[in-house]
Design a protein around this ligand. Structure first.
Ligand SMILES: Nc1c(NC[C@H](O)[C@H](O)[C@H](O)CO)[nH]c(=O)[nH]c1=O
Ligand SMILES: CC(=O)[C@@H](O)COP(=O)(O)O
Length: 231
């Protein structure tokens, strides 16, 4: 018996020893297969063994593989949110006023995207907060209200001269993550964290696009996934 194979001594087990040709190659050698009608007496194996003659050892019994080689397998289901099924989906947008020169165009980009994908104006609420640090708690409150299918969070954290940037950026990210997990409503992280103002402006409708618009699309897909696929 190959010592490398973990084996436990129990009263109801089958001692399977099969030659290397009788089991799939990844198992150790020098096993010799006993007929299934010779009840086990002292060893068991934690993993299943494919045996000669179409038998499969599955831990406590040997099943004869079906003669039909085409094993039927259930079709794999794929669930994905739709960005074209927005009828009736409601959104809240939490936007930080700090660095408004950046967050306002981010918000406009998001609202443009909602319009482009036929989200009704009556299905969007915009909530302003002082800074990105305050986004999380407001997102969680909105999520728990169960009035919205997704909460889009928008802010712009730009590094200054001190380490305050790290505190605000990290708190904003963990706040939005916690809000989603605690409320069960998708909370989308559309908060820029930039080394300087140029980087931020480039991502609020400049040469790097509009991250608010991108985050709005994520909000639509997640709202649809939860509403249409995961209910
Ligand atoms: N420096 C930035 C801030 N700072 C303000 C905080 O977000 C928060 O409002 C304050 O600490 C009071 O709790 N906020 C940003 O959104 N972006 C920044 O760059
Ligand atoms: C992200 C911030 O809090 C930062 O803008 C504040 O600037 P400073 O670090 O120079 O006080």
């Amino acid at each position: 018996m190959a010592s490398s194979l973990a084996a436990t001594t129990t009263t109801k087990c089958l001692h399977i020893v099969a030659s290397s040709s009788s089991i799939s190659s990844q198992k150790p050698n020098n096993f010799h297969y006993l007929s299934p009608n010779r009840p086990p007496n002292h060893l068991s194996f934690s993993s299943s063994l494919r045996l000669r003659g179409g038998f499969v050892w599955s831990g406590m019994s040997i099943e004869r593989k079906k003669k039909n080689k085409e094993q039927t397998t259930a079709a794999i289901r794929t669930l994905v949110g739709s960005i074209t099924r927005t009828q009736g989906l409601r959104f809240a947008v939490v936007v930080a006023r700090f660095n408004e020169i950046v967050t306002k165009p981010l918000l406009e980009g998001a609202l443009d995207t909602f319009r482009k994908y036929s989200v009704g104006e009556e299905d969007i609420d915009v909530v302003w907060v002082p800074g990105s640090f305050e986004i999380g708690i407001v997102a969680q409150r909105l999520g728990k209200s169960l009035k919205y299918h997704a909460i889009l969070c928008i802010g712009a954290v730009v590094r200054g001269d001190t380490s305050h940037y790290d505190a605000v950026a990290n708190s904003a990210a963990s706040g939005v993550l916690s809000a989603g997990i605690n409320s069960g409503v998708p909370c989308i992280f559309g908060v820029l964290t930039c080394e300087n103002m140029e980087q931020a402006i480039n991502r609020a409708g400049g040469k790097s696009g509009n991250k608010g618009a991108e985050a709005a699309l994520t909000a639509i897909e997640m709202a649809s996934l939860f509403e249409h696929q995961l209910k």
